[in-house]
Design a protein around this ligand. Structure first.
Ligand SMILES: O=C1NC(=O)NC(C(=O)O)N1
Length: 310
């Protein structure tokens, strides 16, 4: 029985990692992930310049998930590039480096710097942050996404994945897959939070987060059905060379099993990691192993992607 996962040209002991943005802002947080049972981990999405992000309260835990409008607070591109370049000297499994430019030009600038650097890990291009006022979720603009990826792959030759927002229309899955299949992407990561939800405190008769009149990205159990659908939709539409990272609503071994059944290769945990801390990785690996044992599976490949239709 093993949770070993081959992703791109890398081997991980298990498919679990943090979702970018959670427990990965500082090198101290990243060190805790490195020392946890996670199979891999990823940095907070970097912008070129350091950002304070949105005013607080900007993250609230909810009974069934979370709402956030962080606004891409981060310590700046150079901070994370320095970290990954130093880390990879001793690190065995590769690191994931997330970037989220405030403009297409800023994305190209950061990706150029990564291409020209000694970074040997995997880059995640975040096309789906819903929380910067005035900044659209780029991946909802299909033309802009196509154009950006054309510019990126004219020069970027290292492993690259894209973090996508959830889509809700089968025609959009078809259109997005048609775009993504044109490029040598390593993976697609579905989903980012469901953008611009609204949570109300009826006692105070008020919203619960300060930015954007309370509108924020929804995560956790609320979004699992949407996350599973996006993982499945892209798994069944993308060329096999493009793997899928499943993100959204993973709290236990069963949620992980469901994402793997849909076709995910790696699994990112956000809200549940925020609530439980890095100890979650020990728990969830054991829970997934227990499910696999009960079902007689010896490896994840025995069932990955094999969701049955009726
Ligand atoms: O891509 C992101 N998704 C989120 O849900 N929040 C963060 C953020 O607001 O920084 N970014």
């Amino acid at each position: 029985m093993t949770l070993e996962t081959t992703f791109a040209t890398f081997d991980f002991t298990n498919p679990f990692m943090n979702a970018s943005g959670v427990h990965c802002m500082t090198t101290d947080e990243l060190k805790e992930l490195e020392e946890s049972a996670a199979g891999a981990y990823i940095t907070k999405s970097a912008t070129l310049e350091k950002r304070a992000g949105n005013p607080s309260p900007r993250y609230i835990d909810l009974p069934l998930g979370s709402i956030n409008s962080m606004g891409l607070p981060n310590l700046g591109f150079e901070y994370y590039l320095d970290y990954v370049l130093e880390k990879q000297k001793s690190q065995t499994s590769p690191l994931f480096f997330s970037v989220a430019g405030m403009s297409p030009a800023e994305n190209l600038q950061m990706l150029t710097a990564i291409q020209e650097s000694d970074f040997t890990g995997i880059t995640e291009l975040n096309l789906s942050c819903p929380n910067v006022p005035g900044k659209p979720q780029l991946a909802y603009d299909f033309g802009a996404t196509q154009s950006l990826l054309e510019e990126v792959f004219a020069f970027f030759k290292k492993p690259l994945g894209v973090k996508l927002p959830p889509y809700f229309d089968l025609v959009h899955f078809d259109q997005m897959a048609e775009i993504l299949n044109q490029f040598p992407l390593t993976y697609v990561n579905s989903v980012n939070s469901i953008g611009n939800g609204l949570v109300i405190d009826t006692e105070a008769e008020a919203v619960v987060i300060k930015p954007k009149d309370g509108f924020g990205g929804i995560g956790g159990q609320y979004i699992k059905p949407t996350a599973l659908a996006n993982v499945r939709a892209f798994y069944t539409r993308l060329k096999p060379e493009i793997q899928i990272i499943g993100t959204g609503g993973i709290e236990n071994g069963q949620d992980a099993f469901e994402h793997l059944l849909c076709g995910a290769s790696m699994l990112q945990i956000g809200t549940a990691l925020q609530k439980e801390g890095p100890a979650i990785f020990e728990r969830i690996t054991q829970e997934l192993e227990a499910i696999m044992t009960a079902k007689g599976y010896h490896s994840i490949d025995d069932f990955r992607g094999k969701l049955k239709s009726l």
